[in-house]
Design a protein around this ligand. Structure first.
Ligand code: GDP
Ligand code: IMO
Ligand code: MG
Length: 424
């Protein structure tokens, strides 16, 4: 059995959490492969909204194993909080949540380094979620990191102290940055102790055995392709590979065992944090999208920047990921727009481009748009795509034609139920 992958094709927050939850009944295992608590994945059903940061979005469905892979970075304090929030729902996470021993830990001092680095960058800051993601991945690749499996070792405290000493030396480079580690360190250690009750696994063996035994696996991405450390809008990116290849390194799935790749995108586009966003609308239309789409970060609460859909960026993401099917999210957010715009190209220095050139951060890219007629009606109560307004059906066909990949799911609201299948 091959492993399916679900990931974001834009700058994150496409609605991955919702669709993973919708698709979970088809799978035995849901596995996160990268990122950490910079992610905020929202699920909504039975009138309740849940936001997950570390735990895979399959946790609310019975009998499904949720695996946090080696490619993920874990903040014990945040994971502990997430587990507490699950308690009222009687979720047997001690049996159904598995943590890779090779997943790296985010220390309190990683978060300090993230904050100090951002503060020192001033206007050029990345707009990081300040969850310690960058510094933790730097210690991983720098071969200084501490892994989840280390918490059971006798010399864990010594390893921890050595790494914190290194971080303190690094923090000396930021004399204006004041901090106090003592209280947060105590809470962190207590969280580590509590998390010892979780099941840990050698996740690459676990996943490969599951593949061999014919179990159905869905790999859940975090962030989005345009935030990938190699292929995103560098340096305004996150610190991991958010693309399909991240499944291989973040879970130990062999490349020839990748199955369907489901790419998620919004019917428009958003970005949170700094960095290039050619189709951004810094006007009333952008504000209207933000208001109708409630575009505020699930992790930080920050207002998301909003704009029209960007086909060159989407085509690039589809190419890098080997995307085999698409889910279009938040179509309902455009219910009250008489007309919609789609960016098909950019003009850069007088030349037409249908792709993102190198280092788009330092160039002016003027988007060229096509106008599409809006559907101007309520789609949130639709129960079948057959009954969708003709203009929405045309928008979907238009995008399928331009992108060359079928759109199999159209989402018309945050609830599990507000999900339409587009059967051919
Ligand atoms: P993720 O990080 O990709 O899982 O996405 P987030 O949870 O950060 O952001 C998506 C937001 O849009 C959440 O508040 C969802 O509840 C909401 N959402 C998801 N799908 C839809 C949809 O089709 N329509 C509307 N209006 N909201 C949606
Ligand atoms: P989900 O999984 C949207 C953005 C941050 C910042 C940049 C680097 O919910 O889609 P980092 O904290 O990783 O150092 O931040 O990446 N970012 C996200 N934007 N959704 C996310 O995750 C994000 N995770 C990070 O805003 O611009
Ligand atoms: Mg999110």
């Amino acid at each position: 059995m091959k492993v399916d992958v679900l990931l974001g094709l834009q700058w994150g927050d496409e609605g991955k959490g919702k669709i993973v939850d919708v698709l979970t009944p088809k799978y035995d295992i849901i596995a996160r492969f990268q990122g950490g608590p910079n992610a905020g994945h929202t699920l909504e059903f039975e009138g309740i909204k849940h936001v997950l940061h570390t735990i895979p979005s399959g946790i609310f469905r019975e009998n499904v194993i949720n695996l946090v892979g080696n490619g993920v970075v874990i903040d014990p304090l945040i994971l502990q909080e997430e587990l507490k929030k699950l308690e009222p729902f009687n979720i047997n996470y001690k049996e159904r949540l598995l943590i890779s021993k090779k997943a790296h830990l985010i220390l309190p001092s990683h978060k300090l380094l993230d904050a100090a680095s951002e503060q020192s960058k001033g206007k050029n800051k990345i707009g990081s979620t300040l969850k310690g993601i960058g510094p933790t991945y730097m210690d991983k690749t720098g071969r200084n990191g501490i892994r989840f499996g280390d918490i059971f070792s006798k010399n864990f405290k010594a390893k921890y102290n050595a790494l914190v000493e290194k971080h303190k030396t690094m923090l000396e480079r930021y004399p204006d940055f004041k901090y106090d580690l003592s209280e947060i360190e105590k809470e962190w250690m207590s969280a580590i102790n509590n998390l010892k009750e979780l099941k840990t696994v050698d996740s690459e063996h676990y996943i490969n055995n599951a593949i061999k035994n014919g179990q159905k696996i869905l790999a859940e991405g975090a962030q989005g392709t345009m935030l990938d450390v190699d292929f995103g809008t560098y340096p305004f990116v996150t610190s991991s590979n958010t693309v399909t290849a991240g499944t291989c390194t973040g879970l130990g799935v062999p490349p020839n065992k990748i199955g369907n790749v489901i790419g998620i995108f919004k019917a428009y586009c958003t970005r949170v944090g700094s960095g290039p966003f050619p189709t951004e609308l810094k006007n009333k239309i952008g504000e209207k999208i933000r208001k109708e789409g409630f575009e505020f970060g699930a992790t930080t609460g920050r207002a998301r920047r909003c704009g029209w859909i960007d086909l060159p960026a989407l085509k690039y993401a589809i190419m890098i990921n080997g995307t085999s099917e698409l889910s279009m999210m938040k179509a309902d957010v455009l219910d009250n727009f008489e007309s919609i715009r789609v960016c098909t190209h950019y003009i850069i220095n007088g030349k037409k481009y249908d792709y993102f050139p190198y280092d788009i951060s330092n160039i002016e890219a003027t988007p060229i748009y096509e106008n599409i007629k809006g559907w101007s009606c309520d789609t949130t109560k639709l129960s079948s795509f057959n009954d969708a307004p003709i203009e929405l059906k045309s928008y979907v066909s238009y995008l399928e034609d331009k992108l060359g990949v079928p759109i199999t799911i159209i989402s018309v609201g945050p609830d599990r139920e507000q999900t339409l299948n587009n059967k051919k």
